[in-house]
Design a protein around this ligand. Structure first.
Ligand code: UT7
Length: 335
């Protein structure tokens, strides 16, 4: 029998974010591909996204963790584990987590990269929380970071308008107050979706060659319509499932915190959950789809705007390549 008296929850006790200064607005895309502002806004909800001009994903992640440290009592030496959720690691190896560890001077930590595409943050949050709940570690930093501009084909109007660069981090710490923190997660993978959204080249399947580059295999490919169909259903189903499993009604929920891939997918999920748009965190208009960074970026911005309070029930939900998808019930733990 589990002893609930000794149960430890993992709570978010600090947040941080980094977005590059360079803004690419929809007008810019009108100048490079056959598209227009109205189409982009009505089909996706995106108005702007950011682009990192110099540097790599580790620089985004480092910026987010430095911001987190500046806004908390955490010192780099106290960090036990760094988990970097990303699909755009600086290199295949070493892990981006090592580069970030060295940049921030987290001299007592270990860590690793986690690859789960747009569900990366949710999967990394669950992983980091398990380290805390087991009692093995006290301070786990989970960062979602992606330099999507490094794998976007800026001649492909189907994908180039969608993605942006950003990173955002949370600190997980133990609490014996089991009314707060990460309460539950339902996470899924289904590899039968592997042909709808991928980057074919550069890996062990198709090692980089003149041919892979000539065939543009180092860029994102997405069958948008196919992904849209399963994402709408998948994200809504799992969000409703996590609500039911935790006896939550729409009135109990302070916010849906959705992965920001498409405003229409987000609206459909909120509708199925029975919640109104004022209870949905949105920043897709400013940043586009930043893959692993979208959910913590929302949490950081809404917390800093004074819109989140301790005890708020949040449903975090994501859907991405793989397919990977899931939803978590998180009770906010900061005043
Ligand atoms: O984050 C990971 C998971 N990814 C997602 O969740 C993304 C899911 N998919 C989507 O969000 C949407 O499918 C897109 C935003 C990618 C595309 O929207 P859509 O409403 O599904 O458009 P579509 O692909 O069905 O294209 C409709 C039309 C096509 O023209 P025709 O064939 O009807 O003549 C496209 O060629 O829109 C055209 N089109 C564009 N037109 C102007 C596609 N991209 C553009 C563009 N500007 N940028």
């Amino acid at each position: 029998m589990p002893n609930n008296e000794n149960k430890i929850n993992a709570a978010i006790t600090a947040v941080g974010m980094y977005v590059p200064d360079k803004v690419l607005d929809n007008k810019y895309f009108e100048s490079i591909v056959d598209t227009n502002h109205e189409w982009i806004v009505s089909r996706t909800g995106i108005r702007e996204r950011r682009k990192l001009e110099n540097g790599a994903t580790s620089d985004l992640a480092t910026g987010a963790i430095i911001d987190l440290i500046k806004n908390s009592n955490l010192t780099p030496e106290e960090i036990d584990v760094i988990i970097v959720a990303t699909v755009t690691p600086d290199m295949f190896f070493p892990p981006t987590a090592c580069i970030v560890q060295n940049n921030i001077g987290a001299s007592n930590s270990w860590g690793f990269d986690l690859s789960a595409a747009c569900s990366g943050f949710l999967f990394a949050l669950r992983t980091g929380a398990s380290f805390i709940e087991s009692g093995a570690y006290k301070k786990v930093v989970v960062v979602g970071a992606d330099k999507m501009s490094s794998i976007v084909d800026y001649t492909d109007r189907n994908t180039c308008i969608l993605f942006g660069d950003a990173a955002s981090a949370v600190l997980l710490e133990p609490t014996t107050d089991t009314s707060i923190g990460l309460k539950d997660s339902i996470l899924n993978i289904d590899g039968s979706g592997k042909d709808s959204l991928y980057m074919l080249g550069g890996g062990s399947l198709n090692p980089a060659s003149h041919e892979t580059v000539d065939n543009k295999m180092h860029y994102i490919y997405q069958d948008g319509k196919a992904v849209f169909k399963v994402a709408v259903k998948g994200m809504a189903d799992v969000s409703v499932e996590v609500m039911k499993k935790n006896n939550l009604t729409s009135e109990d929920i302070a916010y849906l915190v959705p992965h920001q891939a498409n405003l229409r997918i987000i609206d459909a999920t909120a509708k199925r959950m029975g919640i109104t748009s004022d209870k949905v965190m949105i920043n897709i208009d400013k940043y586009g789809n930043t893959t692993a960074a979208t959910i913590p970026l929302c949490l950081t911005e809404y917390y800093r705007a004074g819109k989140l309070k301790k005890g708020d029930n949040l449903i975090l939900a994501a859907f991405g390549a793989g397919f990977t998808w899931g939803a978590s019930h998180l009770v906010w733990s900061m005043d």
